[in-house]
Design a protein. Structure first.
Lengths: 258, 296
């Protein structure tokens, strides 16, 4: 059984068909990339998988369970986490607090317990703090834990978001253009980090424009063009696919690294 | 001197009640984007329910009972009127709260009629007073100040130290990201309504012996509390408390400096209008935060 199965997804905005007939499967333990020119529907696809948008047709199953109609918080509880292309951090909190919010769904005491059983709550709080610090050090931001997120550089903010996503202990991590806005060195570090995440048995689904990084780290690639899948396969297969070459060399994108 | 102290305490007392209303406004606004114009009604309901319960039980029980009942009311209102809305606009939701405030007032009129009621003094009676720097202060004033201070402190701890409180702040800051972190934003919204209602009810109880409670006493409080919340910067609970105290003090001292007492209410409205014109982001807010709030 595949970890994530996407079957016949379609979604339109007004008259624009953003996605149609999109089907693919993500296997456990892989880094699976989705590429395509701007407007190909990659972010829409992520929004549908994470539950922020409903598809107009099609079905998504995760671990064999239909998650198509679930609200976002249930999908995240089911084990799918994501990051945003444009960051979505809690600006009024510290770095550590941001990551601790990610632990929220792995915590056990509810509002009533929090009010009634103070010692237990404090214990839980401590465990969550420690776990969050662990995730922060795994992305190399341990020293920034108490800083307000607003004080961090863009690249560091990306890492905070990544740590928050990891803190939910996902089985599947959706990364929406994680390298955009990063300098080449940061991008290299990020590639390392993504590999490490995969090796920690978190499957990664990745949308990315940085072709060298995609070709470098992906196990499997899906190419979208105007909302339709036109090719899928290993990096080597994609690099050799005549249709992909035609699209990418046909103007919109000059992926020098291809 | 004793007169200044007298006015100061009277301003502080009123101000702390406005602070309670402002807290309620801000809690709901920051977690949901709704301006809840029925906020004042929670205070009225709290006071009235406690007055009714006090006929059968001692006052502390009546107050706790009123807070519990109104808290549940807040949750029920949210579930009935907001949870099921599909893609509501903020304007729709605000108009619903205005409608709710009218309905609650009318229901209260039928249940409790037009009579002005009040809870009896928690300690002492109308005549007892505590001497502070030569001024006679009613012991109830200290009940009000103490209760409000405690509420503010506990709420602050809740929002900053507890998981659930942090989740509420996450919803306020970025609802989408909060959902994707597994937070049930619908439930947080209900919780915000319940907290606001409960805090309002408690405020309504402690102030009832001093200002009396009537079926329509919520409306005035809502506007004063709104002025306080705006003064502190909408959506920010703690500065809103300061805003409340400032509005109360301004009101009291406007009388001290010779404004006819009948025009006392004009002070709060004057502040509201001035804030809206001159500093819509509030006194203690940087422009940045306001931009964040507007995005929603």
């Amino acid at each position: 059984m595949s970890l994530l199965e996407v079957q016949g997804i379609a979604r339109a905005f007004g008259g624009v068909q953003a996605l149609q007939e999109v089907s693919f499967a993500v296997e456990t333990g892989q880094i699976h990339a989705v590429i395509g020119p701007n407007g190909a529907g990659k972010t829409t696809l992520f929004n549908i998988i994470s539950g922020l948008l409903r598809p107009h047709a099609g079905r998504i199953t995760f671990l064999g369970r239909d998650i198509t109609a679930l609200p976002p918080h249930r999908i995240s509880r089911a084990g799918i986490a994501r990051t945003f292309q444009t960051l979505a951090l809690f600006e009024n909190m510290t770095v550590l607090e941001n990551v601790m919010v990610g632990r929220h769904l792995r915590s056990h005491s509810g509002a009533v317990a929090a009010a009634l059983r103070l010692p237990r709550q404090l214990h839980e709080e401590k465990r969550i703090r420690e776990a969050a610090l662990g995730y922060l050090s795994s992305v190399g931001l341990f020293s920034k834990a108490e800083a307000p997120v607003s004080a961090l550089s863009f690249g560091q903010r990306r890492l905070v978001e990544l740590a928050r996503a990891l803190a939910t202990e996902p089985r599947l991590l959706l990364l929406d253009e994680p390298a955009s806005g990063l300098n080449p060195r940061e991008t290299d570090d990020l590639a390392q980090l993504i590999r490490r995440v995969r090796d920690d048995s978190v499957t990664v689904l990745l949308v990315e424009h940085d072709m060298s990084m995609v070709m470098d780290i992906s196990d499997e690639i899906l190419v979208l063009h105007y909302g339709r899948p036109i090719a899928s396969g290993s990096p080597a297969e994609i690099r050799a696919d005549p249709e992909v070459i035609a699209i990418y060399l046909g103007g919109e994108f000059t992926g020098a690294a291809c | 001197m004793s007169q200044i102290v007298q006015f100061f305490f009277s301003g502080l007392t009123l101000g702390s009640i406005y602070a309670v209303v402002a807290l309620g406004f801000n809690l709901i606004y920051s977690t949901t984007g709704i301006l809840n114009f029925a906020q004042g009604e929670f205070l009225m309901l709290g006071g009235m329910t406690a007055v009714t319960l006090a006929r059968f039980t001692p006052i502390p029980v009546a107050v706790v009972g009123a807070v519990v009942i109104v808290t549940l009311c807040g949750g029920v209102l949210e579930i009935l009127f907001f949870r099921r809305l599909r893609r509501p606009t903020v304007l729709q939701m605000i108009i619903i709260t205005i409608g709710l405030s009218i309905v609650i007032r009318e229901v209260a009129l039928h249940v409790w009629d037009e009579k002005v009621r009040s809870l009896s003094y928690f300690t002492g009676n109308e005549c007892s007073s505590v001497r502070v720097l030569g001024a006679g202060i009613s012991p109830q004033v200290f009940w009000v100040l103490g209760t409000v201070a405690l509420v503010v402190l506990l709420l602050h701890l809740f929002l900053h130290r507890s998981l659930v409180g942090r989740a509420m702040r996450a919803c306020a800051s970025n609802p989408e990201a909060a959902m994707l972190a597994g937070i049930n934003t619908g439930r947080m919204r209900t919780l915000a309504f319940m907290l606001s209602a409960g805090i309002g009810a408690l405020g309504g109880c402690v102030i009832s012996p001093i200002t009396m409670t009537q079926y329509d006493s919520g409306a005035g409080l809502a506007i004063k509390g709104f002025a306080a919340a705006m003064l502190g910067g909408l959506g920010r609970p703690m500065p809103g408390v300061l805003g409340g105290l400032l509005v109360g003090l301004a009101e009291a001292f406007s009388v001290y400096f010779g404004m006819p007492a009948a025009y006392k209410d004009a002070t709060a409205f004057g502040i509201l209008v001035a804030v809206l014109f001159v500093r819509p982001q509030g006194l203690f807010s940087s422009g940045e935060l306001q931009a964040g709030a507007q995005e929603r």
